[in-house]
Design a protein around this ligand. Structure first.
Ligand SMILES: [Mg+2]
Length: 377
C-alpha cells in the first residue's frame, strides 16, 4: 500500500455513556443504567477516517477512565504524524508507553486497521490473513436478575433464529442456577446452552456446585473461580466431564502459555479487549489451538464498533470454532452507535466485506452520547 500510505494528522476521542435495556448480573459484578466506552477516530492527511472502540469493564479489564487517559495522554503522541503503514511499530510503542489498558490498545489497532483497509482497498479481515467464513454463529448471554425477563428474551431469540445461549451463573445462589437450567432444558430445548460463572464461586467450595451444573451437560462451563486460582481451575477440570473454559484467567498469549502449562482449561474466551488488539487475539488463539484447545469470540459490554473489530478478527482466525458473542449492539444497548445496524440476523453475524471495518459510527450519535464534551463534525 506504499503509494496509498498517508500520515495521521487527526486524533479525536469520545467518552460515551450508552443507556442499556436492563440490569445484568455476573459473578464479579452488575451492569445497569449505562455502559461506558471510548471511541477513537484517526484522520489522515487525505481525509480518510478510521475508528476504534475501547470497551472496558472496571471489575474485569479496567476502568473507562483509564482507557481514556491511556489514549488521550500516553498513546496520542506515538500516533500523530506517523504513517498508517507503521501500524506494528505504533502498536509496539503503545505497548511500551502504558502498562495494561488493553482495551485502549484494541481501540488503537482497530482504528489503524480501519485506515489501512480503506487505503489498501481491502476489508480488515483481509489484512489479518483473510476470511475463512461468511457468517459466525451468535451466542446471546442470559444475565438478567429477573428470570421472567430473560424468558421473554429467549422467546425473542427463538423468533430471531438464535440457537446458542450462555447462562450467567454464580451471582444469586445455586438454587437459582439449577432452576434456570431446568427450565432451559424443559422449555427451550432448541438452544445449545453454555454456562459462565465470571469468577463467581469461592475457590474452596466451587467444585460441588460446578458438578451439579455439569450434570446438565452444557456445551461448556466457563471461569467458575477468580482469575488467579489456576490450581483450582485445573482441579475442577480434572473432576468434571464437561469442557472447562478460561476467560478472566487468560488475557493474552502470556497467560495462555501458563494456562496450557498448568492444564487449567479445555478452551478459552478470546477477546480483543483482553489481549490488547486483534493481532494479539489471533496470537492467543493460535497458541491455544496448537495445544488442542478450543476458542470462541467473546466480548465485553461493547457497542457495534467493537463488535465489528471482533467480527473481522474471528473471521480471519479459523481456530475460533465456537462462534461469537457479539450481541450487545442488538440486544442490550438502547441504541447502537453505527450508521447501519450491526449485521446479526438469523442467529449469525455476517462478516462485512466493505473496505476497512465496513460500517462507520454515526458521528451524531457519538456527539449525542458524549460525556467529555467532544463535539466533532
Ligand atoms: Mg466469560
Amino acid at each position: 500500500m506504499s503509494e496509498r500510505d498517508q500520515i495521521i494528522i487527526g486524533y479525536d476521542l469520545w467518552y460515551l455513556s450508552l443507556p442499556v435495556v436492563s440490569a445484568r448480573d455476573h459473578g464479579i459484578g452488575r451492569v445497569s443504567g449505562t455502559c461506558e466506552v471510548i471511541v477513537l477516530r484517526l484522520r489522515t492527511e487525505g481525509g480518510v477516517e478510521g475508528f476504534g472502540e475501547a470497551s472496558p469493564w472496571s471489575v474485569f479489564t479496567g476502568s473507562p477512565e483509564a482507557s481514556y487517559a491511556a489514549l488521550d495522554r500516553y498513546i496520542r503522541p506515538f500516533v500523530l504524524n506517523r504513517r498508517v503503514s507503521e501500524r506494528e511499530a505504533i502498536m509496539a510503542d503503545a505497548q511500551r508507553t502504558v502498562a495494561h489498558c488493553t482495551e485502549a490498545k484494541a481501540a488503537l489497532e482497530t482504528a489503524l486497521l480501519d485506515l489501512e483497509g480503506q487505503l489498501a482497498g481491502q476489508p480488515v479481515h483481509a489484512l489479518l490473513g483473510g476470511k475463512h467464513c461468511d457468517t459466525i454463529p451468535l451466542s446471546v448471554s442470559l444475565a438478567n436478575p429477573d428470570w421472567a425477563a430473560d424468558r421473554a428474551l429467549l422467546a425473542r431469540l427463538r423468533e430471531d433464529g438464535v440457537r446458542i445461549v450462555k447462562l450467567k451463573t454464580g451471582f444469586a445462589g445455586q438454587a437459582f442456577d439449577l432452576m434456570r437450567l431446568e427450565e432451559l432444558s424443559r422449555d427451550f430445548p432448541e438452544f445449545a446452552v453454555r454456562v459462565d460463572y465470571n469468577q463467581g464461586l469461592a475457590a474452596e467450595t466451587a467444585l460441588a456446585q460446578v458438578r451439579e451444573v455439569a450434570a446438565f451437560k452444557p456445551d461448556f462451563i466457563e471461569q467458575p473461580v477468580p482469575a488467579p486460582f489456576f490450581d483450582v481451575m485445573a482441579e475442577i477440570r480434572a473432576e468434571i466431564d464437561v469442557p472447562l473454559l478460561a476467560d478472566e484467567s487468560v488475557f493474552g498469549p502470556e497467560d495462555m502459555a501458563r494456562a496450557i502449562r498448568e492444564g487449567i482449561c479445555d478452551g478459552v474466551s478470546i477477546k480483543i479487549m483482553k489481549s490488547g488488539g486483534l493481532t494479539r487475539a489471533q496470537e492467543t488463539t493460535r497458541l491455544a489451538a496448537a495445544h488442542g484447545l478450543t476458542a470462541y469470540g467473546g466480548d465485553m459490554f461493547e457497542a457495534g464498533l467493537a463488535h465489528l473489530a471482533g467480527t473481522h478478527m474471528v473471521a480471519a482466525t479459523p481456530e475460533i470454532t465456537l462462534g461469537c458473542e457479539f450481541y450487545q449492539a442488538r440486544y442490550y444497548l438502547r441504541e447502537d452507535i453505527l450508521e447501519e445496524p450491526f449485521p446479526c440476523d438469523g442467529g449469525v453475524v455476517t462478516v462485512p466485506d466493505a473496505l476497512g471495518l465496513g460500517i462507520r459510527p454515526d458521528v451524531a450519535k457519538l456527539n449525542q452520547y458524549s460525556q467529555n464534551g467532544a463535539r466533532a463534525a
